[in-house]
Design a protein around this ligand. Sequence first.
Ligand SMILES: [Zn+2]
Length: 191
Amino acid sequence: MRINDFDDSLDPVILKRGRQYYQEGRVSRIEKTTAGWTAVVAGTHDYRVEVQLEPNGFIRFSSCDCPYEGGEYCKHQAAVFYALRAGVTTGGPGGQETMATGPMGGLEKVLTDMEPGQMRDIILDETRALFQAHIERSAREADQRSKYKQVCVMIKTYKKACGELAARSMITELCRLYPRRPAFLDELGRI
Ligand SMILES: [Zn+2]
């Protein structure tokens, strides 16, 4: 079973109590280990739960040190499953905090849920910004004609990628920034 659909496999009573525990904030100290996650669940005593997940969310291993023997999974494990699926740590000495890198929490969950077109737009935007920053840095560090030429080659590629207008505005900006580099202005003028 996977962390996404553990509710299909667990005993309904265990599920209900686990969800209750989770909602009451009894799951704390969720920590990433090399193999998965550990957490402490506050019940009659504090119990320690360990869960190992495959990258696809399959629950490879799960254990709890409570004495429950009624089935494979106890309510503490169920509570931790809920917490991991929600990608949120609750309770604990620090109060509530968001888990940035849950198995299906944080970025991974956002990416999984995102429309492909939306993702593409974000990547395009970021790539454009990275490209632009790279050219600006290269321009700043350039100090001779051969380097200026290299910057201009990048700007030509940038023009192909991001359009005439974007390239023009970049060239204008570079001319404004480096009026005392005649060789650079010369090269920029040839684009
Ligand atoms: Zn237990």
